[in-house]
Design a protein around this ligand. Structure first.
Ligand SMILES: [Zn+2]
Length: 312
């Protein structure tokens, strides 16, 4: 049974076990898939939305953001590795730094003479570190909307995820919404797709029942106004479904050069920074180097020789 909504007009999102991936799209829009019944985004239900079953670090719903990036024509930032011609290879985007491998955790690495784009949604970093598309990626997505998916922009009834049943989006499920449900009664006609609350293809008593359950004022996002910062530099703090999460960063904190500070002596091959004096100097300039990890950026700062303590 084809349960898709008209894929020229709607972005169909399915949650299932994801076929072994956290999420996927069958193909990019330029392949000709746009508008086909198979044109869709799939996300493993265990990483869907906030607070999913798999939990940290996949609990912020960013898998969906990433997959929609593909749906709108974006490649991975690590596509093609350290390509040199950004207009002809890799992700075909010139303002994303190329890198060889997907980023793990939130590590600042430098694989292709530039710092890897840890915060980019089209990378594989921890979700808490992902927060941006670049201007050129945004242009690519706009271009995709114009070129391959022009009908997605046609006005339609917005379906609220926080408050299904509030068809007119006024913050309350009430008689006006019920009227909309009755107008659309029967086999799915496309008149008011949001009214098919259980998404079984028809608007019936089951949807009426769900609407009665949701009757009244809509819930408010429980994370609005919640401040989760615990002041500890070695945790990442954020709110999920109204609860604060304090995720411990491994190997964080400690005396400069120690194992727990990231260890400037071993991890990055003692390059110009094998004495505590130099290490301390760099860490004063860039606290990240001692609070979180002594990474290749810290090493390069030490190697640059601009700091007296680092001149052997
Ligand atoms: Zn991907």
């Amino acid at each position: 049974m084809d349960i898709s909504w008209d894929s020229e007009r709607y972005l169909n999102i399915y949650t299932n076990t994801g076929g072994g991936a956290f999420g996927y799209v069958p193909d990019l829009p330029s392949s000709g898939i746009a508008g086909q019944p198979s044109d869709r985004v799939v996300v493993d239900w265990r990483v869907f939305g906030e607070g999913g079953e798999y939990g940290w670090p996949l609990d912020l719903g960013h898998v969906l953001v990433h997959e929609v990036g593909h749906y709108l024509g974006l490649y991975h930032t690590f596509a093609g590795g350290c390509e040199d011609d950004c207009t002809a290879s890799g992700d075909l985007i010139c303002d994303t730094e190329p890198h060889q491998l997907p980023t793990r955790e939130c590590l600042d690495q430098e694989e292709c003479d530039t710092i890897d784009p840890v915060s980019n949604f089209m990378n594989y970093s921890w979700e808490i570190c992902m927060n941006r598309f670049t201007p050129e990626q945004v242009r690519r997505m706009r271009c995709t909307l114009e070129q391959w998916r022009p009908d997605l922009g046609r006005p339609s009834q917005p379906c609220s995820s926080l408050c299904p049943g509030d068809f007119d989006g006024n913050g309350i499920v009430d008689g006006e919404d019920l009227g909309g449900l009755f107008i659309s009664w029967g086999e799915y006609s496309g008149l008011l797709p949001c009214a098919d609350l259980n998404m079984d293809g028809s608007i019936s008593g089951a949807d009426f029942g769900l609407m009665m359950l949701a009757w009244g004022p809509c819930p408010v996002d429980p994370c609005i106004g919640v401040d989760c910062d615990d002041g500890d530099e070695c945790t990442v703090d954020y709110c999920v479904a109204g609860n604060c999460v304090h995720a411990q960063i491994e190997e964080c904190g400690g005396v400069c050069g120690s194992k727990s500070a990231g260890n400037c002596d071993e991890v990055n091959e003692t390059p110009g920074c094998n004495d505590a004096e130099c290490c301390t100097e760099i860490c004063m300039i860039d606290p990240y180097c001692c609070l979180v990890v002594w990474d290749i950026v810290c090493r390069n700062k030490a190697l640059s020789g601009d700091y007296p303590g680092c001149n052997d």
